[in-house]
Design a protein around this ligand. Structure first.
Ligand code: DON
Length: 573
Protein backbone atom coordinates (compact mmCIF):
# COMPACT_ATOMS: atom_id res chain seq x y z
CA UNK A 1 0.00 0.00 0.00
CA UNK A 2 2.62 2.45 1.07
CA UNK A 3 4.81 2.44 -2.07
CA UNK A 4 1.68 2.79 -4.22
CA UNK A 5 0.41 5.70 -2.19
CA UNK A 6 3.79 7.35 -2.53
CA UNK A 7 3.79 6.74 -6.28
CA UNK A 8 0.28 8.22 -6.66
CA UNK A 9 1.28 11.24 -4.62
CA UNK A 10 4.28 11.71 -6.89
CA UNK A 11 2.11 11.54 -9.99
CA UNK A 12 -0.29 14.02 -8.52
CA UNK A 13 2.49 16.40 -7.64
CA UNK A 14 3.98 16.09 -11.11
CA UNK A 15 0.63 17.00 -12.59
CA UNK A 16 0.15 20.04 -10.34
CA UNK A 17 3.56 21.52 -10.06
CA UNK A 18 6.78 20.09 -11.29
CA UNK A 19 8.61 22.77 -9.40
CA UNK A 20 7.69 21.12 -6.14
CA UNK A 21 9.56 18.01 -7.12
CA UNK A 22 12.43 19.48 -8.98
CA UNK A 23 13.56 22.10 -6.52
CA UNK A 24 14.49 22.30 -2.87
CA UNK A 25 12.85 25.02 -0.77
CA UNK A 26 15.23 27.62 0.56
CA UNK A 27 15.84 27.67 4.35
CA UNK A 28 15.40 30.96 6.18
CA UNK A 29 18.37 31.58 8.48
CA UNK A 30 17.84 32.78 12.06
CA UNK A 31 17.98 36.58 12.12
CA UNK A 32 21.15 38.29 13.37
CA UNK A 33 20.51 41.65 14.99
CA UNK A 34 23.95 43.22 15.21
CA UNK A 35 26.72 42.84 12.65
CA UNK A 36 30.09 44.52 12.14
CA UNK A 37 32.15 44.95 9.00
CA UNK A 38 35.02 47.02 7.69
CA UNK A 39 33.68 46.76 4.15
CA UNK A 40 29.95 46.70 3.45
CA UNK A 41 26.65 46.05 5.20
CA UNK A 42 23.04 45.18 4.40
CA UNK A 43 20.23 45.41 6.99
CA UNK A 44 16.68 44.46 5.96
CA UNK A 45 13.46 42.98 7.33
CA UNK A 46 14.28 39.41 6.23
CA UNK A 47 17.49 37.29 6.29
CA UNK A 48 16.94 36.08 2.71
CA UNK A 49 16.51 39.62 1.41
CA UNK A 50 19.64 40.80 3.23
CA UNK A 51 21.54 37.87 1.67
CA UNK A 52 20.21 38.72 -1.81
CA UNK A 53 21.76 42.17 -1.42
CA UNK A 54 25.06 40.76 -0.16
CA UNK A 55 25.25 38.40 -3.13
CA UNK A 56 25.12 41.41 -5.43
CA UNK A 57 27.76 43.30 -3.43
CA UNK A 58 30.01 40.22 -3.61
CA UNK A 59 29.54 40.13 -7.38
CA UNK A 60 30.90 43.69 -7.64
CA UNK A 61 27.62 45.59 -7.49
CA UNK A 62 27.28 48.86 -5.61
CA UNK A 63 24.72 49.81 -2.95
CA UNK A 64 22.22 50.80 -5.66
CA UNK A 65 22.51 47.42 -7.39
CA UNK A 66 22.09 45.71 -4.01
CA UNK A 67 19.02 47.87 -3.28
CA UNK A 68 17.31 46.60 -6.44
CA UNK A 69 18.04 42.98 -5.46
CA UNK A 70 16.77 43.53 -1.90
CA UNK A 71 13.58 45.22 -3.13
CA UNK A 72 12.70 42.31 -5.45
CA UNK A 73 13.67 39.69 -2.85
CA UNK A 74 11.46 41.40 -0.25
CA UNK A 75 8.57 41.23 -2.75
CA UNK A 76 8.86 37.45 -2.43
CA UNK A 77 9.87 36.78 1.19
CA UNK A 78 7.92 39.58 2.89
CA UNK A 79 4.52 39.64 1.15
CA UNK A 80 3.10 41.95 3.87
CA UNK A 81 5.21 44.86 2.74
CA UNK A 82 7.92 43.96 0.26
CA UNK A 83 6.34 44.47 -3.08
CA UNK A 84 6.15 45.00 -6.76
CA UNK A 85 2.51 46.11 -6.39
CA UNK A 86 3.31 49.11 -4.19
CA UNK A 87 5.84 51.90 -4.01
CA UNK A 88 8.56 53.48 -1.95
CA UNK A 89 11.23 56.09 -1.48
CA UNK A 90 15.00 55.97 -1.63
CA UNK A 91 17.54 58.40 -0.26
CA UNK A 92 21.08 57.76 -1.39
CA UNK A 93 24.47 59.31 -0.75
CA UNK A 94 27.55 58.69 -2.84
CA UNK A 95 30.99 58.53 -1.30
CA UNK A 96 31.71 61.91 -2.94
CA UNK A 97 28.90 63.50 -0.92
CA UNK A 98 26.28 63.84 -3.66
CA UNK A 99 22.81 62.88 -2.51
CA UNK A 100 19.71 61.56 -4.30
CA UNK A 101 16.04 61.04 -3.57
CA UNK A 102 14.02 58.65 -5.73
CA UNK A 103 10.25 58.82 -5.41
CA UNK A 104 8.51 55.65 -6.64
CA UNK A 105 5.34 56.36 -4.71
CA UNK A 106 2.04 55.11 -6.18
CA UNK A 107 -0.23 57.59 -7.97
CA UNK A 108 -4.00 57.96 -7.92
CA UNK A 109 -5.28 56.50 -11.21
CA UNK A 110 -6.99 58.69 -13.80
CA UNK A 111 -10.43 57.50 -12.64
CA UNK A 112 -9.77 58.71 -9.08
CA UNK A 113 -11.42 61.88 -7.79
CA UNK A 114 -11.66 63.89 -4.60
CA UNK A 115 -14.90 62.41 -3.23
CA UNK A 116 -14.49 58.83 -4.41
CA UNK A 117 -14.69 57.36 -0.89
CA UNK A 118 -17.73 59.41 0.20
CA UNK A 119 -21.42 58.42 0.10
CA UNK A 120 -24.25 60.66 -1.16
CA UNK A 121 -24.34 62.39 2.23
CA UNK A 122 -20.67 63.20 2.05
CA UNK A 123 -19.74 60.63 4.70
CA UNK A 124 -16.67 58.39 4.38
CA UNK A 125 -17.67 54.86 3.29
CA UNK A 126 -15.80 52.82 5.87
CA UNK A 127 -13.17 50.48 4.47
CA UNK A 128 -13.43 51.50 0.81
CA UNK A 129 -10.01 53.16 0.77
CA UNK A 130 -8.48 50.43 2.99
CA UNK A 131 -9.12 47.10 1.24
CA UNK A 132 -10.14 45.71 -2.10
CA UNK A 133 -9.49 46.98 -5.60
CA UNK A 134 -10.47 50.61 -5.04
CA UNK A 135 -7.86 51.08 -2.32
CA UNK A 136 -4.99 50.60 -4.75
CA UNK A 137 -2.89 53.26 -6.39
CA UNK A 138 -0.87 52.70 -9.56
CA UNK A 139 2.23 50.74 -8.48
CA UNK A 140 5.58 52.52 -8.72
CA UNK A 141 8.15 49.98 -7.56
CA UNK A 142 9.22 48.45 -10.86
CA UNK A 143 9.69 51.78 -12.61
CA UNK A 144 11.60 53.00 -9.55
CA UNK A 145 13.98 50.03 -9.68
CA UNK A 146 14.50 50.40 -13.42
CA UNK A 147 15.31 54.09 -13.06
CA UNK A 148 17.64 53.39 -10.14
CA UNK A 149 19.46 50.77 -12.20
CA UNK A 150 19.63 52.95 -15.31
CA UNK A 151 21.11 55.87 -13.41
CA UNK A 152 23.37 54.38 -10.77
CA UNK A 153 24.19 50.71 -11.39
CA UNK A 154 27.86 49.73 -11.28
CA UNK A 155 27.20 46.09 -12.21
CA UNK A 156 25.23 46.74 -15.39
CA UNK A 157 23.56 43.31 -15.17
CA UNK A 158 19.81 43.81 -14.54
CA UNK A 159 19.16 40.09 -14.82
CA UNK A 160 21.55 39.35 -11.95
CA UNK A 161 19.67 41.79 -9.71
CA UNK A 162 16.27 40.14 -10.25
CA UNK A 163 17.55 36.53 -10.18
CA UNK A 164 17.67 36.01 -6.38
CA UNK A 165 13.96 36.97 -6.19
CA UNK A 166 13.08 34.64 -9.07
CA UNK A 167 14.86 31.77 -7.31
CA UNK A 168 13.08 32.48 -4.00
CA UNK A 169 9.68 32.60 -5.69
CA UNK A 170 10.23 29.57 -7.93
CA UNK A 171 11.98 27.32 -5.41
CA UNK A 172 9.90 28.42 -2.45
CA UNK A 173 11.26 29.34 0.96
CA UNK A 174 10.44 28.43 4.55
CA UNK A 175 8.33 31.06 6.28
CA UNK A 176 9.03 32.47 9.73
CA UNK A 177 6.60 32.29 12.67
CA UNK A 178 5.83 35.99 12.22
CA UNK A 179 4.97 35.47 8.56
CA UNK A 180 2.75 32.47 9.39
CA UNK A 181 0.92 34.67 11.93
CA UNK A 182 0.49 37.49 9.42
CA UNK A 183 -0.85 35.22 6.68
CA UNK A 184 -3.28 33.56 9.15
CA UNK A 185 -4.56 36.95 10.32
CA UNK A 186 -5.28 38.02 6.76
CA UNK A 187 -6.82 34.71 5.63
CA UNK A 188 -10.36 36.02 5.57
CA UNK A 189 -9.45 39.03 3.47
CA UNK A 190 -7.42 36.90 1.03
CA UNK A 191 -10.44 34.57 0.57
CA UNK A 192 -12.76 37.54 0.07
CA UNK A 193 -10.86 39.02 -2.85
CA UNK A 194 -8.98 36.10 -4.41
CA UNK A 195 -9.51 32.65 -5.92
CA UNK A 196 -8.56 29.62 -3.81
CA UNK A 197 -5.48 29.18 -6.01
CA UNK A 198 -3.83 32.27 -4.47
CA UNK A 199 -0.70 30.84 -2.86
CA UNK A 200 -1.15 33.01 0.23
CA UNK A 201 -4.31 31.01 1.06
CA UNK A 202 -3.59 27.76 2.87
CA UNK A 203 -6.06 25.14 1.68
CA UNK A 204 -5.91 23.05 4.85
CA UNK A 205 -5.58 24.61 8.29
CA UNK A 206 -3.26 27.35 9.45
CA UNK A 207 0.16 28.40 8.27
CA UNK A 208 3.00 27.22 10.53
CA UNK A 209 6.60 28.30 10.88
CA UNK A 210 8.69 26.34 8.36
CA UNK A 211 5.87 25.89 5.83
CA UNK A 212 7.02 26.49 2.27
CA UNK A 213 5.64 29.45 0.34
CA UNK A 214 5.92 28.76 -3.37
CA UNK A 215 5.00 31.58 -5.75
CA UNK A 216 5.27 30.32 -9.33
CA UNK A 217 3.21 33.07 -10.96
CA UNK A 218 5.27 35.69 -9.16
CA UNK A 219 8.42 33.97 -10.43
CA UNK A 220 7.05 34.27 -13.98
CA UNK A 221 6.27 37.97 -13.54
CA UNK A 222 9.73 38.56 -12.13
CA UNK A 223 11.20 36.70 -15.10
CA UNK A 224 9.34 39.06 -17.44
CA UNK A 225 10.70 42.01 -15.47
CA UNK A 226 14.16 40.50 -15.77
CA UNK A 227 13.78 40.00 -19.54
CA UNK A 228 11.95 43.19 -20.49
CA UNK A 229 12.58 45.71 -17.68
CA UNK A 230 9.75 48.25 -17.27
CA UNK A 231 7.68 46.70 -20.05
CA UNK A 232 7.79 43.38 -18.22
CA UNK A 233 5.52 44.94 -15.58
CA UNK A 234 3.64 47.89 -17.11
CA UNK A 235 3.17 46.25 -20.56
CA UNK A 236 2.51 42.90 -22.23
CA UNK A 237 1.16 39.96 -20.28
CA UNK A 238 1.75 41.61 -16.90
CA UNK A 239 -0.40 44.62 -17.83
CA UNK A 240 -3.06 42.29 -19.19
CA UNK A 241 -3.27 40.47 -15.85
CA UNK A 242 -3.42 43.70 -13.85
CA UNK A 243 -6.13 45.29 -15.99
CA UNK A 244 -8.12 42.03 -15.94
CA UNK A 245 -7.89 41.94 -12.13
CA UNK A 246 -9.22 45.48 -11.97
CA UNK A 247 -12.41 44.42 -13.79
CA UNK A 248 -13.61 43.39 -10.29
CA UNK A 249 -13.30 46.97 -9.02
CA UNK A 250 -16.60 48.73 -8.17
CA UNK A 251 -15.59 51.63 -10.46
CA UNK A 252 -15.37 50.54 -14.09
CA UNK A 253 -11.96 51.03 -15.65
CA UNK A 254 -10.49 52.04 -12.31
CA UNK A 255 -7.07 51.28 -13.82
CA UNK A 256 -6.61 51.82 -17.55
CA UNK A 257 -3.64 51.16 -19.81
CA UNK A 258 -2.73 54.86 -19.78
CA UNK A 259 -2.27 54.72 -16.00
CA UNK A 260 0.33 52.01 -16.50
CA UNK A 261 1.99 53.61 -19.50
CA UNK A 262 2.22 57.00 -17.82
CA UNK A 263 3.55 55.95 -14.42
CA UNK A 264 7.02 57.33 -13.82
CA UNK A 265 9.18 57.36 -10.70
CA UNK A 266 10.71 60.80 -10.05
CA UNK A 267 14.14 61.93 -8.93
CA UNK A 268 13.81 64.63 -6.33
CA UNK A 269 16.11 66.81 -4.25
CA UNK A 270 16.49 65.50 -0.70
CA UNK A 271 15.42 67.66 2.26
CA UNK A 272 18.54 68.77 4.11
CA UNK A 273 19.04 70.19 7.57
CA UNK A 274 21.73 70.46 10.21
CA UNK A 275 21.58 69.04 13.71
CA UNK A 276 24.37 69.57 16.25
CA UNK A 277 27.02 69.58 13.50
CA UNK A 278 25.56 66.67 11.53
CA UNK A 279 23.98 66.99 8.09
CA UNK A 280 20.70 65.19 7.64
CA UNK A 281 19.41 64.14 4.18
CA UNK A 282 15.87 62.83 4.00
CA UNK A 283 12.80 62.39 1.80
CA UNK A 284 10.97 65.43 0.39
CA UNK A 285 7.24 65.54 -0.55
CA UNK A 286 5.20 63.54 -1.36
CA UNK A 287 6.61 62.27 1.92
CA UNK A 288 6.13 64.36 5.01
CA UNK A 289 9.07 62.45 6.51
CA UNK A 290 12.03 64.69 5.67
CA UNK A 291 10.32 67.95 6.54
CA UNK A 292 8.81 66.60 9.77
CA UNK A 293 12.12 65.00 10.83
CA UNK A 294 14.02 68.23 10.23
CA UNK A 295 11.37 70.23 12.06
CA UNK A 296 11.62 67.89 15.06
CA UNK A 297 15.41 68.04 15.14
CA UNK A 298 15.44 71.80 14.96
CA UNK A 299 12.70 72.24 17.55
CA UNK A 300 14.67 70.24 20.15
CA UNK A 301 18.17 71.43 19.19
CA UNK A 302 18.19 74.43 21.56
CA UNK A 303 17.60 72.10 24.56
CA UNK A 304 20.28 69.99 26.32
CA UNK A 305 18.76 66.55 25.68
CA UNK A 306 21.96 64.81 26.81
CA UNK A 307 21.73 66.50 30.22
CA UNK A 308 18.04 65.68 30.48
CA UNK A 309 18.89 61.99 29.96
CA UNK A 310 17.27 59.24 27.87
CA UNK A 311 13.52 59.04 28.48
CA UNK A 312 13.57 61.30 31.50
CA UNK A 313 10.25 63.08 32.00
CA UNK A 314 11.99 66.29 30.96
CA UNK A 315 13.23 64.94 27.62
CA UNK A 316 10.01 63.03 26.85
CA UNK A 317 7.92 66.12 27.58
CA UNK A 318 10.02 68.26 25.25
CA UNK A 319 9.90 65.66 22.47
CA UNK A 320 6.14 65.12 22.84
CA UNK A 321 5.50 68.84 22.62
CA UNK A 322 7.68 69.11 19.51
CA UNK A 323 5.89 66.12 17.92
CA UNK A 324 2.47 67.63 18.65
CA UNK A 325 3.36 70.80 16.78
CA UNK A 326 5.01 69.05 13.85
CA UNK A 327 2.04 66.71 13.20
CA UNK A 328 -0.34 69.69 13.29
CA UNK A 329 1.69 71.24 10.48
CA UNK A 330 1.75 67.94 8.61
CA UNK A 331 -2.06 67.71 8.59
CA UNK A 332 -2.50 71.16 7.12
CA UNK A 333 0.43 71.90 4.90
CA UNK A 334 1.80 68.65 3.44
CA UNK A 335 0.85 66.80 0.29
CA UNK A 336 2.23 66.09 -3.18
CA UNK A 337 4.19 69.24 -4.02
CA UNK A 338 3.53 68.65 -7.74
CA UNK A 339 -0.16 69.37 -7.03
CA UNK A 340 -0.17 71.67 -4.02
CA UNK A 341 2.14 74.52 -3.01
CA UNK A 342 3.79 72.90 0.01
CA UNK A 343 5.62 75.68 1.90
CA UNK A 344 8.82 73.64 2.28
CA UNK A 345 11.13 76.58 3.02
CA UNK A 346 8.64 78.20 5.34
CA UNK A 347 8.16 75.04 7.36
CA UNK A 348 11.92 74.72 7.85
CA UNK A 349 12.62 78.42 8.43
CA UNK A 350 14.49 78.76 11.78
CA UNK A 351 12.47 81.87 12.72
CA UNK A 352 9.21 79.99 12.09
CA UNK A 353 10.40 77.01 14.14
CA UNK A 354 11.52 79.23 16.99
CA UNK A 355 8.11 80.85 17.05
CA UNK A 356 6.43 77.38 16.96
CA UNK A 357 7.93 76.59 20.38
CA UNK A 358 7.16 80.03 21.87
CA UNK A 359 4.22 78.64 23.87
CA UNK A 360 6.16 75.56 25.06
CA UNK A 361 5.78 75.20 28.84
CA UNK A 362 8.51 73.00 30.36
CA UNK A 363 6.15 72.13 33.23
CA UNK A 364 2.82 71.48 31.48
CA UNK A 365 1.42 69.61 28.49
CA UNK A 366 -0.15 71.84 25.88
CA UNK A 367 -3.59 70.68 24.83
CA UNK A 368 -3.77 69.76 21.13
CA UNK A 369 -6.94 71.85 20.88
CA UNK A 370 -4.75 74.87 21.64
CA UNK A 371 -2.32 73.91 18.88
CA UNK A 372 -3.19 74.30 15.27
CA UNK A 373 -1.05 74.35 12.22
CA UNK A 374 1.27 77.33 12.06
CA UNK A 375 1.35 79.81 9.22
CA UNK A 376 4.72 79.32 7.53
CA UNK A 377 5.70 81.65 4.70
CA UNK A 378 4.23 80.39 1.47
CA UNK A 379 6.57 78.82 -1.08
CA UNK A 380 8.17 81.43 -3.35
CA UNK A 381 8.22 80.34 -6.66
CA UNK A 382 3.38 60.40 4.06
CA UNK A 383 3.09 47.28 6.98
CA UNK A 384 5.96 48.87 5.25
CA UNK A 385 9.55 47.84 5.35
CA UNK A 386 12.91 49.55 5.44
CA UNK A 387 16.40 48.53 4.39
CA UNK A 388 19.79 50.20 4.72
CA UNK A 389 22.89 49.41 2.69
CA UNK A 390 26.48 50.66 2.63
CA UNK A 391 28.84 49.32 -0.03
CA UNK A 392 32.63 48.96 -0.16
CA UNK A 393 32.99 52.36 -1.85
CA UNK A 394 31.07 54.12 0.92
CA UNK A 395 27.88 54.69 -1.08
CA UNK A 396 24.81 54.55 1.14
CA UNK A 397 21.20 53.67 0.36
CA UNK A 398 18.22 54.13 2.65
CA UNK A 399 14.94 52.69 1.27
CA UNK A 400 11.46 52.51 2.76
CA UNK A 401 8.92 50.61 0.63
CA UNK A 402 5.33 49.60 1.25
CA UNK A 403 1.91 48.27 0.30
CA UNK A 404 0.62 50.53 3.11
CA UNK A 405 -1.37 48.26 5.50
CA UNK A 406 0.01 44.74 6.07
CA UNK A 407 -0.55 42.79 2.79
CA UNK A 408 -1.97 45.98 1.25
CA UNK A 409 -5.42 45.80 -0.30
CA UNK A 410 -5.54 41.99 0.07
CA UNK A 411 -6.04 41.86 -3.70
CA UNK A 412 -3.63 39.46 -5.36
CA UNK A 413 -3.33 39.97 -9.11
CA UNK A 414 -4.45 36.67 -10.56
CA UNK A 415 -2.00 35.32 -13.11
CA UNK A 416 0.70 37.75 -12.10
CA UNK A 417 1.01 36.55 -8.51
CA UNK A 418 1.49 39.69 -6.42
CA UNK A 419 -0.47 41.82 -3.96
CA UNK A 420 -1.74 45.31 -4.72
CA UNK A 421 -1.24 48.16 -2.30
CA UNK A 422 -3.97 50.04 -0.36
CA UNK A 423 -2.02 53.26 -0.50
CA UNK A 424 -5.07 55.33 -1.53
CA UNK A 425 -5.93 55.43 2.21
CA UNK A 426 -2.96 57.73 2.71
CA UNK A 427 -4.92 60.47 0.97
CA UNK A 428 -7.28 62.53 3.05
CA UNK A 429 -10.68 61.04 2.01
CA UNK A 430 -12.36 64.05 3.60
CA UNK A 431 -10.93 66.95 5.61
CA UNK A 432 -10.44 65.85 9.19
CA UNK A 433 -11.40 62.18 8.61
CA UNK A 434 -8.67 59.99 10.15
CA UNK A 435 -6.91 57.39 7.99
CA UNK A 436 -5.62 53.94 9.01
CA UNK A 437 -3.00 55.58 11.21
CA UNK A 438 -5.35 58.17 12.73
CA UNK A 439 -3.74 60.89 10.60
CA UNK A 440 -5.92 63.69 9.39
CA UNK A 441 -5.43 65.90 6.38
CA UNK A 442 -6.89 68.66 4.36
CA UNK A 443 -6.77 70.22 0.89
CA UNK A 444 -3.00 69.67 0.53
CA UNK A 445 -3.58 65.90 0.57
CA UNK A 446 -6.95 65.65 -1.19
CA UNK A 447 -7.38 63.04 -3.95
CA UNK A 448 -6.72 63.96 -7.58
CA UNK A 449 -5.93 61.87 -10.65
CA UNK A 450 -2.17 61.37 -11.05
CA UNK A 451 -1.42 62.81 -7.60
CA UNK A 452 0.77 60.99 -5.06
CA UNK A 453 -0.71 60.37 -1.59
CA UNK A 454 1.12 61.91 1.37
CA UNK A 455 3.52 59.56 3.13
CA UNK A 456 5.33 59.45 6.48
CA UNK A 457 8.17 57.30 5.18
CA UNK A 458 11.50 58.79 6.24
CA UNK A 459 14.50 57.09 4.64
CA UNK A 460 17.43 59.13 5.96
CA UNK A 461 21.19 59.43 5.64
CA UNK A 462 23.36 61.42 8.08
CA UNK A 463 26.83 62.77 7.39
CA UNK A 464 29.39 64.75 9.38
CA UNK A 465 32.26 66.80 8.01
CA UNK A 466 31.72 65.25 4.58
CA UNK A 467 31.78 61.66 5.82
CA UNK A 468 28.87 59.21 6.02
CA UNK A 469 27.76 58.54 9.63
CA UNK A 470 24.34 56.88 9.63
CA UNK A 471 21.77 55.22 7.36
CA UNK A 472 18.38 54.87 9.02
CA UNK A 473 14.65 54.30 8.44
CA UNK A 474 11.64 52.24 9.55
CA UNK A 475 8.06 51.17 8.80
CA UNK A 476 5.22 52.09 11.18
CA UNK A 477 2.76 54.43 9.45
CA UNK A 478 2.48 57.70 11.31
CA UNK A 479 5.08 56.56 13.88
CA UNK A 480 7.82 56.39 11.24
CA UNK A 481 8.87 60.00 11.69
CA UNK A 482 9.06 59.85 15.48
CA UNK A 483 10.90 56.47 15.39
CA UNK A 484 13.56 57.74 13.00
CA UNK A 485 13.92 60.91 15.05
CA UNK A 486 14.23 59.06 18.37
CA UNK A 487 16.71 56.50 16.96
CA UNK A 488 18.88 59.33 15.67
CA UNK A 489 18.96 61.26 18.93
CA UNK A 490 19.65 58.01 20.83
CA UNK A 491 23.00 57.95 19.02
CA UNK A 492 23.68 61.66 18.52
CA UNK A 493 22.56 62.89 21.96
CA UNK A 494 22.51 59.86 24.26
CA UNK A 495 25.69 58.20 22.93
CA UNK A 496 24.15 54.81 22.26
CA UNK A 497 25.55 52.24 19.82
CA UNK A 498 23.42 51.72 16.74
CA UNK A 499 21.97 48.50 18.16
CA UNK A 500 21.20 50.06 21.52
CA UNK A 501 19.50 52.93 19.74
CA UNK A 502 17.40 50.56 17.61
CA UNK A 503 16.41 48.38 20.57
CA UNK A 504 15.55 51.23 22.96
CA UNK A 505 11.87 51.86 23.74
CA UNK A 506 9.95 54.40 21.67
CA UNK A 507 6.99 56.69 22.17
CA UNK A 508 4.80 58.71 19.87
CA UNK A 509 2.48 61.71 19.76
CA UNK A 510 0.80 62.89 16.55
CA UNK A 511 -1.19 65.96 17.66
CA UNK A 512 -4.48 64.18 17.21
CA UNK A 513 -5.55 62.08 19.06
CA UNK A 514 -4.11 64.05 21.98
CA UNK A 515 -2.36 60.98 23.46
CA UNK A 516 1.18 59.82 24.04
CA UNK A 517 1.69 56.17 23.06
CA UNK A 518 4.69 54.32 24.53
CA UNK A 519 5.87 50.73 24.08
CA UNK A 520 4.49 48.61 26.91
CA UNK A 521 7.12 48.00 29.61
CA UNK A 522 9.73 50.23 27.98
CA UNK A 523 9.31 53.52 29.86
CA UNK A 524 9.93 53.75 33.62
CA UNK A 525 6.91 54.06 35.94
CA UNK A 526 8.43 57.21 37.47
CA UNK A 527 8.65 58.96 34.13
CA UNK A 528 5.10 57.94 33.23
CA UNK A 529 3.86 59.28 36.56
CA UNK A 530 5.52 62.66 36.06
CA UNK A 531 4.23 62.93 32.49
CA UNK A 532 0.70 62.22 33.75
CA UNK A 533 1.10 64.96 36.37
CA UNK A 534 2.15 67.38 33.64
CA UNK A 535 -1.16 66.77 31.88
CA UNK A 536 -0.17 64.18 29.27
CA UNK A 537 -2.52 61.33 28.49
CA UNK A 538 -0.08 58.36 28.50
CA UNK A 539 -1.14 55.08 26.86
CA UNK A 540 0.78 51.86 26.27
CA UNK A 541 0.73 49.90 23.03
CA UNK A 542 2.70 47.14 21.25
CA UNK A 543 5.99 47.65 19.38
CA UNK A 544 6.57 50.88 17.51
CA UNK A 545 8.55 50.62 14.26
CA UNK A 546 11.20 48.23 12.99
CA UNK A 547 14.27 50.31 12.48
CA UNK A 548 17.04 48.91 10.30
CA UNK A 549 20.12 51.12 10.46
CA UNK A 550 23.86 51.32 9.91
CA UNK A 551 26.31 53.46 11.90
CA UNK A 552 29.64 54.39 10.39
CA UNK A 553 32.46 54.89 12.89
CA UNK A 554 35.08 57.60 12.53
CA UNK A 555 37.49 55.02 11.04
CA UNK A 556 34.86 53.83 8.55
CA UNK A 557 33.89 50.69 10.51
CA UNK A 558 30.25 49.67 10.05
CA UNK A 559 27.76 48.61 12.73
CA UNK A 560 24.58 47.12 11.23
CA UNK A 561 21.57 47.10 13.57
CA UNK A 562 18.44 45.07 12.75
CA UNK A 563 15.32 45.58 14.84
CA UNK A 564 14.45 42.60 17.11
CA UNK A 565 10.79 43.64 16.88
CA UNK A 566 10.70 41.77 13.53
CA UNK A 567 12.62 39.10 11.56
CA UNK A 568 15.13 41.77 10.61
CA UNK A 569 18.66 40.70 9.79
CA UNK A 570 22.00 42.51 9.60
CA UNK A 571 24.95 41.03 7.76
CA UNK A 572 28.27 42.45 6.66
CA UNK A 573 30.56 41.54 3.81
O1 DON B 1 3.46 55.99 3.35
C1 DON B 1 3.09 55.91 4.50
O2 DON B 1 3.31 56.74 5.34
C2 DON B 1 2.36 54.67 4.93
N1 DON B 1 1.68 54.08 3.79
C3 DON B 1 3.33 53.72 5.56
C4 DON B 1 2.66 52.47 6.07
C5 DON B 1 3.44 51.73 7.08
O3 DON B 1 4.50 52.14 7.50
C6 DON B 1 2.84 50.47 7.61
N2 DON B 1 3.80 49.79 8.47
N3 DON B 1 3.76 49.42 9.56
Amino acid sequence: MRPLATFLTLLLLLGCSQTLLLTTPIDTPTPVRTAYSEKAMVVSAHPLATQAGLKILEAGGNAYDAAVAVQFALAVVLPAAGNIGGGGFLVGRDDDGSTYALDYRETAPLAAHRDMYLDDDGQVIQGLSREGHLSAGVPGTVDGMVQLYDSLSALQRWDLLVQPAIDLAAQGFKITAAEAGGLNRLAERFRKYNPASCPLIKADGLWQEGDVLLQTELAETLQRISDEGREGFYGGLSAKYLLAEMKDAPIQEYFVRKDLNDYRAKWRTPIECNYRGYKVHSMPPPSSGGIALCQLLQLVEPYPLEDYGFQSAESMHLIIEAERRVYADRAEHLGDADFYPVPVDGLLDPAYLQQRMSDFDPERATSSTDISAGAPSPRESEETTHYSIVDTWGNAVSVTTTLNGGYGSGVWVEGAGYLLNNEMDDFSAKPGAPNLYGLVGNEANSIAAGKRMLSSMTPTVVSQDGALRMVVGTPGGSTIITSVFQTMINVLDYDMTMSEAVQAGRFHHQWTPDKVFYERGKVSEDTLYVLGQMGHSVNHRGGIGRVDAILVGLGGELEGAADPRGDDHAQGL
